[in-house]
Write a protein that binds this ligand. Structure first.
Ligand SMILES: [Fe+2]
Length: 319
């Protein structure tokens, strides 16, 4: 059985990518940022996941304003880096996991979350910067396949924090019903507080950011009640990206071990936040049971009924 073993929250500031790509990591301004991810890279090298689900937002690279899916799941075999205006970042092509992605699409959609299935997609800094921060700068290939999950946080209305949290739970049920033994980690990316334009450009609210990280670790349900306006007011217009961290958090146990946290300001004009949460070792042995009981019989029977009807349609089609 596949299993989500840990969640990683990380900012995905584009200037971090530019600093990496232009060899600026040793400059004092950037060293302050990158030094905060050294332990994380060690943790990731030790954890060796088989697959990473990366929740991020596209910044008008793959989707223009003509088409904006709320939740778009990357089911392709590979995802090339996008041209973000300066050419594609010099990072390896991201390899997908089409079999697990297709399973997740089926499970989550039958669980009544209407994902958009994407079979061709380029990925921008929203996905590749956190990958670099946790996996380093591999030249030829990333160390594990990746399933991208792009969330609309660029055009109103984005999904609510509660919807994101519940999607995380559906993702977990999907992963845990995949028969192959796979160690899966899930990233929530974006934020923390920042505002790119307008009279409040440059806004950073460290107090609010730290409280968000505290609650993410200890009391995530409290965060699910934060309305969009509070994100905008307290964390800036682009602070709404933080709802994506709740998808990651929803996919974990209620109680987690916070194994690492890092926070610094600024990088470019953004607060950089990072956290690693592991499903508690003792709890993870029973997580399967707890996860199943949380799902409830109504959800299970809905999925089973939907699967049966699909089989009926499929078998009719072959007659
Ligand atoms: Fe972003």
């Amino acid at each position: 059985m596949a299993k989500i073993i840990a969640g990683i929250g990380s900012s995905h500031v584009p200037a971090i990518g530019a600093a990496l790509d232009n060899g600026k990591t040793e400059e004092p301004y950037w060293k302050r940022v990158f030094s905060g991810f050294e332990k994380s890279k060690e943790w990731m090298a030790k954890t060796k996941p088989d697959v990473a689900i990366v929740v991020y937002n596209d910044h008008a690279s793959a989707f223009s304003v003509e088409m904006i899916p709320t939740f778009a799941l990357g089911c392709a075999a590979e995802f090339p880096p996008a041209d973000e205006g300066w050419g594609p970042r010099p990072v390896p092509v991201v390899k997908g996991h089409p079999a697990l992605a297709a399973h997740i699409a089926q499970s989550v959609i039958l669980d009544e979350f209407d994902l958009t299935i994407v079979n061709k997609m380029e990925v921008d800094h929203g996905l590749t910067v956190p990958m670099n921060l946790l996996f380093g700068q591999p030249k030829d290939a990333w160390p594990c396949p990746v399933i991208p999950l792009a969330v609309n946080v660029v055009m109103y209305p984005p999904p609510t924090g509660h919807r994101c949290y519940m999607l995380g739970k559906a993702l977990r049920r999907a992963v845990e019903s995949y028969p192959e033994d796979l160690k899966v980690v899930i990233f929530g990316t974006g934020g923390l507080s920042h505002q790119i334009s307008g009279p409040r450009a440059g806004l950073i609210n460290s107090k609010w950011d730290k409280s968000f990280l505290d609650n993410l670790s200890k009391d995530p349900k409290k965060l699910t009640r934060i309305p969009h306006l509070e994100y905008m007011r307290e964390a800036g217009a682009e602070g709404i990206e933080m709802v994506m961290w709740l998808i990651m958090r929803g996919a974990l146990d209620d109680k987690v071990d916070e194994v690492y946290r890092f926070y610094t300001v600024p990088a470019s004009n953004t607060a950089v936040g990072h956290i690693i949460l592991e499903n508690a070792r003792k709890a993870s042995g029973t997580g399967k049971v707890a996860g199943k009981s949380r799902r409830g019989s109504a959800g299970k029977s809905r999925q089973a009924a939907a699967r049966k009807s699909i089989h009926r349609i499929a078998s009719k089609g072959t007659r």
